[in-house]
Design a binder for this molecule. Structure first.
Ligand SMILES: [Zn+2]
Length: 698
């Protein structure tokens, strides 16, 4: 083994085991860490300055050493232990190794070749850093399953190779890339180029074969970086505390279209260049490549999709421009120039992803009656809340999502009515109740508005709590201070003050007090019990007074269907009243939440399907709730239909509860697990990882 290889291996070893005080640079010091307590290592480690190797065995409490005698005599026993729980990776962000307090990324230049055959991105990233401290010893970046082939510092005329090491990865989190800087590095700008390739299993990328697409003729690839998957696509400061602009040149098959979360700079056959001039956090980096076409939705907007559904998409999302205009009225000027939608393949794990200039949305929104287009209002709202003013880490995720749902409901209110706005919030609260009762039943600490991610990855903490508890909190504050006329000017000021920045909850609190302290609302602020809202578990401590007109209809229906027998219901005229899609969704959701539904059997389900024409509904929200009722009624004959629904899309909102329900149904559990194992390769990592947990397989 070459000396260079030994140095690298030793340094990786030392860093993996958190041996910070002695590195290969001081061989006699580093020899001191030879500890009889090292556990879990079976491979030989070669110290660069010691000829013999150390064989570290987990089978014995004593380490089998073959080192020079004089070293052994002077070796004190140090306790070192490999991390088996995550701990906080950084000061600013528990989920990122990068050190934004010491260095930040200003701009990234990407050169990518898209290799569909090997399902990899191959290329380089050139980061322009701003070093904040003198004598910074190293740049630390986040990586996950990334192979680095070269790293160099770009100076005026020369390129200086940088020593680089990757630590042992933590499951589902990733690893630390250390780029060692020359001694005496001064604060200021630094240009670093890293050549690398992604793994074919990169958690942030999904590669589809032609058969997995609608058109069945061309492959497709897309990314999903939130929360911490950008690190599987490029070595970067994968923390929302850091924001950077980017440019990208992407080589791809010439018959496919490439899109990114940026403006298209130049499009040549087989090569597209992009520019994002507004600084973004790494999780907003996005790419999609496929056989795509577009249709205009307005002066700033197009919808992109595969040819087979493009007309349907244009029709479903025809209100996009109006939503964008309404959102601007509420939040201020739209800074991203373009607002396009990309309708994704069914394996896209979320309802939507607010990638700037190009929102990704699930095809499960195509209900045929625009009833699920609220998701677009939500993604548009993110253009301000989340993308412009960003949570500094995912413990404060409610600053992204709670604000966004709050603005989303305002858009709904302005475009439809305040009754609809309140109904929207009440429906959300039904969903939140269900989430707290099921998904978070064993993790009540995740029902807090501000969570502790010291030992929990953001994907594992993901739930509707930051969305719904967060927006309820804001609505409570708005009502407390006197309504939208009083609160919206503050909201605009807050968004302006923190635009292009990253914030924590205290920043919001401070801005609120700064704004209202000099006004007659000062006294009102003292009524807010911040601790109760931010740190208590469970449902929101105070539910604002919502208009319940629309919700009462679905509430009464749920009560009727839960308490009456099937034959009683057949003769009841009130059951057959016409209700809206939203009321139907809410009614089914509330029925699922009812305990002890009377006569929950095939006959009752059939009656339900007939009365509300559910059998052939295109509305995925309705279908999802119907499938859950099948499971509650233990309709084994319909298990194939339930599994077919679970396989028709891999949107986590639908798949996870279905799999959780099936896991609790002994007769269906084996088939659910067998099906999951068969299709999990077609899911994105974030989806298969969480379902594995839901099924108790992990
Ligand atoms: Zn959102």
């Amino acid at each position: 083994m070459s000396i260079c290889k030994r140095v690298q291996q030793w340094a990786t070893f030392a860093r993996t085991w958190h041996i910070y005080d002695c590195t290969w640079q001081n061989p006699f010091d580093s020899a001191k860490i030879i500890s009889k307590h090292l556990m879990g290592m079976n491979k030989p480690i070669y110290h660069p300055m010691i000829v013999n190797c150390l064989l570290l065995s987990s089978r014995s409490s004593r380490v089998n050493l073959c080192v020079k005698r004089f070293l052994l005599k002077t070796v004190p026993v140090y306790l070192t232990q490999k991390r088996n729980i995550m701990g906080r990776l950084g000061k600013v962000d528990p989920s990122s190794y990068s050190q934004p307090e010491l260095i930040t990324t200003l701009h990234s230049d990407l050169l990518w070749q898209v290799d569909f055959k090997n399902t990899k991105l191959i290329g380089s990233v050139t980061h322009k850093f701003n070093v904040l401290e003198k004598n910074l010893p190293a740049i630390i970046l986040d990586v996950r399953d990334i192979k680095i082939t070269n790293a160099e510092l770009i100076c005026d005329k020369s390129h200086i190779p940088l020593n680089h090491f990757i630590s042992e990865p933590i499951d589902d989190i990733g690893a630390k890339l250390t780029l060692e800087l020359p001694q005496g590095t001064a604060p200021g700008h630094l240009l670093v180029r890293i050549d690398y390739e992604t793994s074919s299993a990169a958690s942030g990328l999904q590669w589809l074969t032609p058969e997995q697409t609608l058109g069945k003729t061309h492959p497709y690839m897309f990314s999903q970086c939130q929360a911490i998957h950008a690190r599987s696509i490029l070595p970067c400061q994968d923390t929302p505390a850091v924001k950077f602009t980017y440019e990208a040149t992407v080589d791809h098959p010439s018959d496919l279209t490439a899109l990114m979360s940026a403006l298209i700079d130049k499009r040549d056959p087989g090569c597209t260049t992009f520019k994002q001039e507004v600084p973004i956090p790494a999780y907003l980096l996005a790419i999609a490549i496929g056989k795509l076409v577009s249709k205009p939705l307005g002066p700033q907007s197009n919808v992109w999709a595969e040819q087979g559904i493009i007309d349907e998409c244009a029709e479903e999302f025809s209100q996009t421009s109006e939503m964008l205009k309404t959102a601007s009225d509420i939040c201020g000027p739209y800074v991203w120039k373009q607002y396009d939608l990309l309708v994704m393949p069914p394996s896209f794990p979320f309802g939507g992803m607010e990638n700037p200039c190009l929102t990704f949305v699930t095809p499960t929104l195509l209900a045929g009656d625009k009833s699920l287009a609220d998701v677009v209002a939500h993604e548009i709202a993110h253009s301000w809340t989340g993308n412009l003013v960003t949570n500094k880490n995912f413990e404060h995720f409610w600053l992204n999502e709670g604000f966004t749902v709050f603005v989303e409901t305002k858009i709904v209110g302005r475009m439809h009515s305040n009754k609809e706005r309140d109904f929207h919030m009440l429906r959300n609260l039904t969903d939140l109740q269900e989430c707290i009762r099921t998904q978070l039943a064993n993790q009540p600490e995740l029902t807090k508005l501000v969570v502790d991610l010291s030992n929990c990855g953001p994907d594992d903490a993901f739930s509707s709590v930051p969305y719904i508890k967060g927006s309820t909190f804001l609505r409570y504050i708005e009502d407390l201070l006197g309504g939208p006329e009083i609160f919206e000017p503050f909201l605009r000021q807050y968004l302006q003050k923190y635009a292009y920045k990253s914030v924590i909850t205290d920043d919001f609190k401070q801005a609120l007090y700064d704004y209202f302290n000099g006004t007659d609302k000062k006294e009102k602020l003292t009524e807010i019990d911040w601790d109760m809202w931010l740190s208590y578990e469970g449902m929101p401590p105070i539910i604002p007074k919502f208009d319940e007109t629309l919700a009462n209809v679905s509430k009464q229906l749920a009560q009727l269907w839960a308490t009456k027998t099937t034959s009683e219901l057949r003769d009841l005229p009130g059951v057959k009243q016409r209700i809206s899609s939203h009321q139907l969704i809410d009614f089914l959701g509330k029925l699922i939440e009812c305990k002890g539904i009377k006569d929950l059997n095939e006959q009752k389900i059939e009656l339900l399907e007939t009365v509300y024409s559910l059998k052939n509904t295109k509305n995925a929200e309705v279908r999802f709730r119907l499938m859950r009722l099948y499971i509650m009624a233990r309709l084994l004959d319909r298990l194939d239909e339930i599994i077919a629904f679970a396989n028709s899309n891999f949107r986590m909102k639908f798949c996870r509860p279905i799999y959780r329900d099936l896991a609790n149904w002994p007769d269906a559990r084996p088939k659910a697990i067998e099906n999951f194992k068969r299709v999990k390769g077609q899911m994105m990592a974030v989806c298969s990882h969480t379902i594995e947990k839901d099924l108790g397989l992990k």
